[in-house]
Design a protein. Structure first.
Length: 601
């Protein structure tokens, strides 16, 4: 029996290293739910035990049930029938049934709707574990954000109608935003929402590229204010499939074959308004997308982990020039880089999810249960504001880093396998195909950078890095913290330079600035992991200096990870800073000459 939680030392380590008890206390609101719901925990210990039990169960389900079906799911895909209905790949349908039986389809929903009220961090861990087994299944498991959006913004009547079946796994949802002329720029959405004289709402128009558009609960971003262009003319509606919802096409695509991608025509479809008019894009869809971005970062982690593992195993068994290829410097270097990239991505994703949990919990406390003492309230509000700002900056960073990382790792995994990696005999080629979408949907990498760089240039990164620098680090990594402090100074120079040059220059060098910021944040996070108090040993591969079965303390191993990460990134940070400060504007001045005209056909 396999288990994708139990066989993953890093996830297990982070589960212990991160203060889950604090998150449990906040999510459970001092454990007040225990009196009302018999499955709600009554203390932090019980909550954390429940969390781990769920990861364990999902780890087993992922290894033994979902992963063995992934290859067939990829080959079979989904089928669109003439009557517009869609049949899911068999393995996906079976896995969804299992997930419903495991009662994990209402991960973060409140108890009163049958949810588990779990922290977002745990959801990210679960999503990663499931994605490692089958990235395309994650697309449907990960659409729990639809229920969360209804919970956050809809009226009580709609919550009562939709949330319990979601939590029971009886329905799945879709986020229906993209149109042919509105992709990255959702302010351009045209699909019309109109009201009849009785106040009933209807939808008319086309949406495309909709994951699980054949699902049961569709959240549709629509133009309810025909005279108003831009985001302020948009509202969010919920509708269900029926005779006026036509799935016109299933996309034939590169990867995630188990995830149906639909074009939908709404032909005067009855629908209901979520929340208030004109707030559809901001804040409703913006909030939905922030959650979904973390979901894609977790999906990316799962794909990267799966890809890395195949490469690591192959490198140990494949022999060329009389040795296992892992003995060759170029191959072993690739493997180390892949492994560290996975751990760095995970560090950022889990930290982001933790900060999101804190932001949600502090905001809830301010709104629903503020302390009477004025200075306590002021402090609480300040903390809530800081966590919200950090979450707003870290979310696009995590989506950007993890998705780009998973593409690199999946690409390198094929390289480690050589010709075999290109063949369907190994899952590596599927991982590379599945990875490709992660930098595109839920906002492309370019759009994540546009969002992240605001935090970098507004001082949020600096403040967050100062918080990180104040953590208690062990002596073994103090020199690394000093090196990171030099990087922070370089970032300040780069930010000042960019701010002086204007917004177009900031856009142009947004990626470089974001890369520096992420390298500095991750450097601290890895040093923090190396300073852990968790007593845990992990296995070392047998090699020149280690025998079979040898172990090392995780703390010691993490110090090696942190050292390599920080030392390899220090010159890159310096080089990126130099690049930014060169002031090169040739992208603007020389574009036409450098790219040449579009050729006449
Ligand atoms: C498999 C799949 C599943 C999907 N699932 C869903 C779903 O469930 N629901 C949904 O609503 N949508 C979904 N989408 C749509 C997806 O979110 C969009 O494809 C994505 O946001 C990009 O939009 P676009 O394809 O129109 O590209 P465009 O917006 O046309 O972008 C093209 C290029 O221009 C760049 N670009 C655009 N604007 C900027 C900018 N301001 N700064 C810098 N670069 C920019 C982009 O980065 C990209 O490189 C899905 C797409 C795919 C392929």
């Amino acid at each position: 029996m396999g288990n994708f939680y139990k066989d993953n030392d890093d996830i297990q380590f982070l589960f212990r290293h991160i203060d889950f008890k604090r998150l449990a206390k906040l999510c459970e609101e001092e454990f007040r739910f225990a009196a009302e719901f018999d499955y709600a925990p009554s203390d932090a210990g019980e909550a954390v035990e429940n969390y781990e039990m769920v990861l364990d169960a999902l780890g087993e389900l992922s290894a033994d049930f979902i992963a063995p079906r992934a290859e067939n799911v990829d080959r079979e895909g989904n089928t669109l029938h003439e009557d517009g209905t869609v049949t899911r790949a068999k393995g996906i349908a079976e896995a969804l049934e299992k997930l419903a039986q495991a009662e994990v389809m209402g991960f973060t929903l409140p108890y009163r709707f049958g949810g588990l009220n779990f922290p977002n961090l745990l959801y990210s861990m679960a999503t990663e574990i499931i994605s490692r087994a089958d990235a395309s299944l994650m697309n449907i498991f990960g659409l729990q954000g639809i229920a969360e959006t209804i919970n956050a913004f809809a009226c009580e009547e709609l919550k009562q109608e939709y949330l319990p079946p979601f939590a029971e796994g009886k329905v799945t949802g879709a986020m229906v935003l993209t149109e042919p002329d509105a992709g990255s720029d959702l302010q351009a959405v045209k699909l019309r929402a109109f009201e009849d004289e009785k106040g009933n709402w209807f939808l008319h128009g086309v949406k495309r590229f909709i994951t699980n558009g054949c699902g049961d609960v569709l959240l549709v971003l629509s133009r309810s204010e025909p005279d108003r262009s831009g985001g302020l003319g948009l509202s969010l509606f919920v509708c269900e499939p029926g005779p006026t919802v036509h799935i016109r096409r299933l996309e034939d695509k590169l990867g995630i074959h188990g995830s149906p991608t639909c074009e939908i025509f709404f032909d005067n479809t009855p629908c209901k308004l979520i929340g208030e008019r004109k707030r559809g894009l901001a804040p409703y869809v913006a909030t939905l997308m922030n959650g979904a971005r973390i979901g894609i970062a977790a999906q990316s982690m799962g794909i990267a982990e799966a890809a890395y593992r195949i490469a690591r195993d192959y490198a140990a068994s494949r022999r060329q020039f009389g040795v296992a290829i892992e003995r060759l410097p170029a191959v072993r270097d690739m493997l180390i880089e892949m492994k560290i990239a996975v751990e760095a991505g995970r560090a950022l994703l889990y930290e982001t999810s933790r900060i999101v949990d804190l932001a949600v919990a502090y905001n809830k406390r301010v709104e629903e249960n503020p302390p009477e003492d004025k200075s306590e309230l002021k402090e609480l509000k300040n903390d809530a504001r800081s966590y919200k700002r950090y979450a707003g900056m870290l979310t696009p960073m995590a989506k950007y880093l993890c998705s780009e990382m998973c593409n690199q790792v999946a690409y390198d995994a094929i390289q480690v396998l050589g010709g075999s990696g290109y063949m369907r005999d190994y899952a590596s080629e599927r991982h590379a195909r599945d990875a490709r979408i992660t930098t595109i949907y839920e906002g492309t990498s370019q759009l994540q950078i546009v969002a992240a760089v605001r935090g970098v240039c507004s001082g949020t990164t600096e403040k967050y890095l100062a918080d990180l620098a104040g953590l208690p680090y062990v002596d073994e990594v103090k020199d690394l913290i000093d090196k990171l402090a030099e990087g922070v100074e370089q970032l300040k120079v780069a930010v000042e330079f960019v701010k002086d040059k204007g917004n177009d220059y900031m856009d142009l060098y947004g990626r470089a600035l974001t890369d520096i910021a992420i390298a500095l944040i991750n450097g601290h996070l890895l040093c923090d992991q190396a300073s852990t108090k968790v007593p845990m040993d992990v296995a070392v591969a047998p090699g020149v200096s280690s025998a079979n079965g040898q172990v090392v303390a995780m703390k010691q191993r993490k110090a090696l990870v942190a050292r390599r990460y920080v030392e390899k990134n220090a010159p890159k940070i310096k080089a990126l800073t130099d690049l930014i400060c060169q002031g090169d504007r040739s992208t603007f001045s020389d574009y036409e000459a450098l790219v040449g005209p579009v050729q006449e056909q």
